[in-house]
Design a protein around this ligand. Structure first.
Ligand code: FES
Length: 314
């Protein structure tokens, strides 16, 4: 598990506008020390200027990196993370990051099919560059709404075998993958994109050999739901009581109140934000806690009170 002690302070060395909604950030280490290497498909977790932790794929070559390059889409319903990157991570700003991790590793294959939707191009472009440099055969299918919304468009179009498809936001105009995926081959498929694309590729590749289809899913988890209600949280150590609005997580409400606590995934999957539950009824929404732990602990990035007040400690 990463902790705050594993973080590296990085300076925003350069920014580049890729589309009206997508900015590219080149991050250099503040202390000038060599950076940990990484492989295509890797990501870093960034403490965004508003404190939210967000995962972004690395797009540059990771063999001996002097910088880490990420691209960030400003999400329309951003609760702070991507909006604060666009508005406040200006050149010269310092951002703490966690060491690169890779849950989407390229494997050895005779041929590759790379599928990207929207901002899902970020790990895929790193793979395409790597495979090009290695002289390995691959095909790219890249789906976006329009040319103006397409990051790395010229680079994608310049690849020997690529299809860039724009659907104009109309599901009826979506790319038809069936011809490509109907007959399983010896290829490995790597797919990153919105939930709809991932679900479609999963559905169309159910007959492919096990382990040949790989997904990276950065889709934001629904931390709060429409019917969520406000409640309060009392910090046992200090006695401080915090209002948690219906549209904020406990973690966000604590952050808003100036209380620092560790977090990483902010989606209930990593275990970093685990707090002790002293009193109150919890609706557990994480995928970390064992059944027997649920009466004594809470993951504050996603879980909420069933009733009016929770008392926690951390
Ligand atoms: S920050 Fe990962 S489970 Fe809460």
């Amino acid at each position: 598990m990463e902790t705050a002690g594993d973080r590296i302070d990085m300076r925003v060395a350069a920014r580049r506008t890729l589309t009206p909604e997508i900015e590219e950030f080149s991050l250099s280490p503040c202390d000038g020390r060599p950076l940990p290497s990484f492989t295509p498909g890797a990501h870093i977790t960034v403490a965004t200027p508003d404190g939210a932790m967000r995962r972004y794929s690395l797009t540059n070559d990771g063999a001996a990196p002097k910088e880490y390059v990420i691209a960030v889409k400003r999400e329309p319903n951003s609760r702070g993370g991507s909006a604060s990157m666009h508005e406040r991570a200006l050149e010269g700003a310092v951002l703490a990051i966690e060491h690169p991790e890779n849950d989407f590793e390229l494997c050895e294959a005779s041929r590759y099919i790379l599928i990207a939707g929207g901002i899902g191009i970020t790990p895929i472009v790193a793979m395409a560059r790597h495979l090009t440099a290695q002289g390995k055969p691959f095909e790219l299918i890249y789906c976006t709404r329009s040319p103006e919304d397409t990051a790395y468009l010229d680079e994608a179009l310049s690849l020997p075998k690529s299809t860039v498809h724009h659907d104009g936001g109309d599901m009826d105009e979506a790319f038809d993958f069936w011809d490509l995926l109907e007959k399983p081959g010896r290829e490995h498929i790597f797919c990153c994109g919105p939930a709809g694309l991932i679900e479609e590729i999963k559905a169309l590749t159910g007959h492919w050999p096990e382990g040949h289809v790989h997904f990276e899913d950065f889709n934001p988890v629904t931390v709060v739901r429409e019917d969520d209600v406000p409640f309060t949280v009392t910090i046992a150590g200090s006695g401080q009581t915090i209002d948690v609005p219906a549209d904020r997580s406990i973690l966000e409400a604590m952050r808003d109140a100036g209380i620092e606590t560790l977090s990483s995934c902010e989606s209930g999957t990593c275990g970093t934000c685990k707090c002790q539950l002293i009193a109150g009824e919890v609706e557990h929404r994480d995928s970390v806690l064992m059944e027997e732990e649920k009466s004594g602990f809470i993951m504050i990035c996603v879980s909420r009170a069933q009733s009016g007040n929770l008392t926690i400690d951390f």
